[in-house]
Write a protein that binds this ligand. Sequence first.
Ligand SMILES: Cc1ncc(COP(=O)(O)O)cc1O
Length: 391
Amino acid sequence: MKPFCRDTWVEVDLDAIRANVETFRGHLPKSTGIMAVVKADGYGHGAVHVAREALASGADSLAVAMLDEAIILRTAGIDAPILVLGYTPADSVEQASRLNVELTAYSPEWIVSANQRLEQAELRPVGVHVKTDTGMGRLGVRTTDDLLEVVAALENSAKLEWTGIFTHFACADEPDTTHVRRQHETFQSFLQALREQGKKLPKVHCCNTAAAIAFPDWGYDTIRLGIGLYGLYPSPYMKERADVPLVPALSLKTRIAHVKTAVEPFTVSYGATYTAKLGERIATLPIGYADGYSRLLSNRGEVLYNGSRYPIVGRVCMDQIMVRLEPGAGQVDEEIVLYGKQGDEEISLDEVAALLGTINYEVPCMLNYRIPRVYVRNKEVAEVFHPLAMK
Ligand SMILES: Cc1ncc(COP(=O)(O)O)cc1O
């Protein structure tokens, strides 16, 4: 039985995931680990399958945004170390203990509350990475005094173990390195203050993809590899540097559902914003904004057919789009590439992001549960995962 009933799918090249991990492995000091960031369902690629491939390729731990995402990985049988990068309410700490998932902390009050809950539940200790805010302005302590207070609270907690300390860079992907260098200096001053207090530092980490590319010697115990794992660069500037070759892993494909030739002019889609001229060939494709294919691509985006670019005509609908092909071209069930390569052409996530006025991170994250993920290895389908798959 077909694993999905609508011929629209995300194709994830597991060989690309492997290649990207191996590229960073070779770029980093041997003592630096790789924490594969698989939050947001693996940046839209599928967290479980990407996590498995990343771990098999040289990553040694995983990171997610929230405990719920860690639960999915554990439920899938993944037993590698997992760090929750975001805030976890203290009333969820029992789950972290039961699943042996590490959490992020930066508040003495949270530490006291979480420790009390674990003591009352008589559960095993939870590993905690202390977050320092050196210039992201998001989660984390901003002063040495606050940092020492958080560490003291952890040392007084029988059920919380201090297993890491980290920071996150706001501008590591930019050509001007003033901000990122200042952040790193602040992070170093935090580490030095802890050493001067006689603290033995746990796992230390600060690099995202951009910092790992630009400052591999800041790798410390591990980097947190997100966008680079998927073969995408954090910014156009980082792509231009090209000192770390990456292979994009994601393609988005569909098949022609219907095609017609205009025997007289006719308008296309809601709002009648496009009029097909006599002889034009209009194909309908089964994908729309309810899949996470943005309506902002109406009358602006392009698709690949037979290795050439063709325009989206009319407004993107909830479930369908229309494209204009060459006169007489196109047959039902022929393959169309919406993101990715076909022949010598490529519609990159960078290009789509630019059209949408956003960054490449957001484009794959928009692709939702309606689109099955087809995992390819050595150009063969290795596995298909469809949240809506008929059992
Ligand atoms: C705390 C944290 N750490 C790391 C990442 C990964 O960043 P990239 O996708 O740019 O590598 C994200 C994040 O929120």
